[in-house]
Structure formats: C-alpha cells, structure tokens
Design a protein around this ligand. Sequence first.
Ligand SMILES: Cc1ncc(COP(=O)(O)O)c(C=O)c1O
Length: 455
Amino acid sequence: MAPRKIYLDEKEMPTAYYNILPDLPTPLAPPLHPGTGKPIGPDDLSAIFPMELIKQEMSGERFIEIPEEVQDVYKMFRPTPVIRAVNLEKQLDTPAEIYFKYEGMSPAGSHKPNTAIPQAYYNKKAGIKRLATETGAGQWGSSLSLACQIFGLECKVYMVRVSYDQKPYRRSMIRTWGADVVASPSQDTKAGRDALAANPNHPGSLGLAISEAVEDAAQREDTNYSLGSVLNHVLLHQTVIGLEAMKQLEKIDRFPDIVIGCAGGGSNFGGIAIPFVRERIKGKKVRSIAIEPASCPTLTKGEFRYDFGDVAMMTPLLPMHTLGHTFIPESIHAGGLRYHGMSPIVSRMLLSDLIEARAYMQNEVFEAAVMFARSEGIIPAPESSHAIRGAIDEALQAKKEGTKKIILFNLSGHGHFDMTAYDSYLAGKLENHELHIDEVKAALNQIRSLPVPAR
Ligand SMILES: Cc1ncc(COP(=O)(O)O)c(C=O)c1O
C-alpha cells in the first residue's frame, strides 16, 4: 500500500521560486499609473514597495533564488505534506485518487506566510521599519504580523469590518504577534473616514481596506505597503506550494490530471497551479481549475479590463478580470474570497486557455467542507472548501466516466477560527447569496472610461 502522507526532507525544499512571466504565451500588459494612465516603471512603485520586490514583480528570470534567511524561516513549517484523501475517496466510491497539499500547517494556519516571510525580509533589508496591510479573513493579517515579528518590524493591519466582527480570535492572534489591528473602514485614514461618512454601517471590503493601508504607507517615510495576493511577486513566492507538490507526487510516480485551488486574489491557486501550467505549456496534459464564490465571481462573470486594485483608486491600474472596484461583495463566510479583482497572471492564464474557472454557492461549499471534516478529520477554512467542492465534483465525474483520474487540490488553510460559519451551516441557517448582477453592471459602468488591455 502506498503511503498516505508524502513528505519531503528539508534538504529537498525548493531553493528557487518559479516565475511564469517569461513562459506565458502572451505577455502581461503593463500596469498603468493611476494618475497619468501611462505604463509604470520601478520608480513609481518605490514609495510603497522595496526595490527587490519591484524587480521580482517585473522579472524576466525563470527562477529566482530564495534567500537562505527566508529558507530558514520556511523550515518552521515547510515542507508541508501532500496527503491522500483515502477516506473521502471511499466515501465517494470514486476510482479517482485525491491528493491535497496541506498549507494549514503554518503557524498562522494558511499559505499566506509563504509570501509574508519574504516580503518582511526584503523590506527589513531595505531599511523599512513598519508595514501596513489589509486583511479579509484575517489569515493574511496574522501571517504578516508573524513575519514582521520574526524580522523585527512594526505592523498595522486594516481588517475588513465583517471579518473583524465574525472572527475576534484572528484579532487576538494578530495582537499576540505584536501588530496593531483596526476594523476597516476606520477613522485612521481619509479613505476610511469617507466610507464611514457615506455609510456608518459599512461592512468593509478588501478593496477599501487596501485603500486604507496604501494611504497609511504612502504618508509615512518609515512605512511600506504589503499585499497578500494578486501581485506577480506574491504568486511567485507561493510557487513553493506547487514545486513541492510536484516533487512529492513524483516520489510515488504520479502526475495530476487535474489541479484545483480556490481563488480570491489568485495566490494559493497560482501557487499550486503555476508549476503545472509550465508543464502544460511544454505539452503535458494537465487541467487546472480556479474555484470562486458565486457571489463574487470575478473570473466567471467579470470582465477583463484595466481596473484599480482598491476602492479609493490609489493603486496602479492592473490588467485583470474584475467586477468593478466599487462592487461590494455579499458578506459570505469565505471572507478571503471577497475581492473584486484577480491576479493579472491568473487572468492571463484563463484568457490563454491554460486554466479553467468555476463558481459555487456557499451551501454547496459547506456541504463539501463538512464531508471532508468527517472523512479526513481536518476542518477546512471556508475559502479552501471551495477547492474541496471542486475536487469532489471532479472525483464524481471520474466515477461517472469510469476513469482513474489523479486529482490534486490545495487545502490552503484550516477553519479553526470559522466555527460560527460551521454552526450556521449545521443549524441550516447559512444563506446562499445570489449575485446582484445589476450591482456588478453598475460597478463595471464606472470603469468604462478606463483603458482596455489587449486580449
Ligand atoms: C485560507 C485561505 N485560502 C484562500 C484565500 C484567498 O486568497 P488567495 O486567492 O490569494 O489565495 C485566503 C485569503 O484570505 C485564505 O485565508
């Protein structure tokens, strides 16, 4: 019997990140300056990012070395295991083999430290004293506060109000690791005060929390901004997930037919899928599927356009699938997937038919989460449960077709701070939020005058 968990030795950890930019069949359109609408260069970003990360954002190098100090910190929790979901396979009575890469092993409980650690490291090296950031579900804010603690930086976290209220213990974690956290919209920035003046009960959104953090960083000499998803350098750092997983499956002589991840801003999906997409570009047969919530369906219902990454229109314009930067998604429990935009790399991969996208409703996602918890033991984060739903559906499809598919999905985090969501589901009180398509249309109408990137 093949082993159920496939480990790597610390010596087998990747020593370089894989950068897909030089291998994309169609290059990414450049980001544009929010004021002038002209392509931006490194200097435009240097007010809020350190130069090493700016270089990574635009790099044409296929492999970028992981600094030894970062590799050392990764060893606190990496390499993470690939686990075969034997009980789930049995329950589904599927001929498919289902494997998951478990990123909930990190101290913060998700994949987010994979990029928080190098981001804190490069900022520290550049002489920065403090980082400002946003957080949706709280996973990113806790990861960055941990990384800042490790490298001796201060950290300020703007946490989307709904998550701030739903997840008090995420706040406690952030504070335990020494950072300051406020609910967004907050009184601490102009963007926050404006939003509160317009709606004192504003639920917050990732786009608005980003505006607050960027404003904070732009105003202080000692502070940079740090983003937990979307940008090229974030996906670059997350490729450690897919690089490790590929090595682990090789050890048992497997290569996946299907790779699945949930997609908020696209970083954990990109992290697991990009090394396999490289193989697809080289001619191997492998499908990758990004799964998103039906109430925030950026890839499946959004448009590919230039749009701002934030509500206050302070970030560069990015070429991406978007629902419009003013769109406020419903307050679903997968807070980390409530984002109007998408990583330009993931958007480009979708346009180039290198990946697929699918959307699910909240209740079908929690049905999958509970089935997984009862078969495999791990209680998954609501975000990650979107990937589980996708894996279950692909395994059932394999059963229908009588094919022995190899399915790999990313279990991006555990759900230990999401138990109120589980309580609502188990009590039959979880709502299925329909998408208000008129609100999407209205938000998209507001960006009609912005340039449109070439497809
Ligand atoms: C556990 C988990 N998975 C996934 C996501 C979505 O982010 P991304 O699409 O960047 O991986 C989040 C975001 O907070 C998260 O906490």
